[in-house]
Design a protein around this ligand. Structure first.
Ligand SMILES: C[S@@+](CC[C@H](N)C(=O)[O-])C[C@H]1O[C@@H](n2cnc3c(N)ncnc32)[C@H](O)[C@@H]1O
Length: 262
């Protein structure tokens, strides 16, 4: 990858990107039930989650993990996300499945819950590192820590920076459901993976041209950030393969972290 011609990134790009088009462009990951089941397996195992625990699926999107947990008998899972289209998709799905998951809209930097409301917080599949500053990212971890009682725990998955820097192709395209073709051009900076995404519809032409970025955290940075946020013990599990076949962009390989509040 090279650093030429990196387009400007809107600071709050994440407020608008996650809509119905995203559910199509990323369907091979975020609408893949097998992959979701594997991700839930990993979270349950890492935190030894019990079905009666109050669990927050932070930046949980359309609630695919929470819904899968509800199917397994986890009855107190709540999804917090900013995206109205994803929340409404999730609420409709939850109604079809019996309504065991609650969905709340909010900003993860300022969570609308009291201290100690949850025994565990999940932040899955690269939903972290979008902040305009590192302080924004830290604020999310501080909020997650505030919601937990002593002994509460967090499971967080981010893009594996080693994989991204060494192996993520600078340009890819793939076909997506409907009649879409998704073209991605990527750049690396010392701090970020930047991506320009063009989405083309055979019927409608260009339906999306956007730029977004994710801050890449080395394992030791992530650990330091979690400790700054108030977590006492951090276990980093490097290079987890979610197991799906084929290239899945930055989701192909992840760092998973479990953290405990003292
Ligand atoms: C890549 S999606 C993944 C969603 C979900 N974790 C999954 O794996 O399907 C990232 C999600 O984080 C949410 N998000 C990002 N920053 C947020 C913030 N500051 N507050 C609330 N939600 C946020 C977005 O709306 C989006 O739904």
């Amino acid at each position: 990858m090279n650093n030429l011609s990196i387009p400007p990134v809107p600071p709050d790009w994440w407020r608008t990107l996650f809509d119905e088009t995203y559910l199509q462009t990323d369907a091979r990951s975020v609408l893949d039930p097998e992959q979701t089941r594997r991700e839930v397996d990993a979270a349950i195992q890492a935190l030894d989650l019990g079905p009666d625990e109050a669990i927050l699926d932070l930046c949980g999107g359309q609630g695919r993990h929470a819904l899968e947990m509800a199917r397994r008998g986890y009855g107190r899972v709540l999804v917090l996300d900013f995206s109205l289209p994803l929340l409404s998709w999730g609420r409709a799905q939850a109604r079809r499945e019996g309504g065991a998951v609650a969905f709340v809209r909010g900003d993860a930097r300022n969570l609308p819950f009291g201290g100690g409301s949850f025994q565990a917080v999940l932040c899955l599949a690269n939903s972290f590192g979008y902040g305009a500053t590192r302080g924004d990212d830290l604020r999310i971890l501080e909020e997650a820590c505030r919601l937990l009682p002593p002994g509460g725990r967090l499971f967080l998955e981010v893009a594996d920076p080693g994989y991204v820097r060494a192996h993520l192709p600078p340009q890819t395209w793939h076909e997506a459901p409907g009649d879409l073709v998704v073209c991605r051009r990527r750049w690396l900076t010392p701090e970020h993976l930047v991506c320009r995404e063009l989405v083309l519809s055979f019927q409608k032409g260009l339906v999306r041209d956007c730029v977004y970025q994710v801050r890449l955290y080395e394992p030791q940075d992530l650990e330091a950030h979690l400790k700054d946020a108030g977590f006492a013990r951090v276990a980093v599990m490097p290079g987890r393969e979610p197991g799906a076949a084929g290239e899945r962009g930055a989701l192909s390989r992840r760092l998973a972290v479990a953290a405990w509040k003292e």
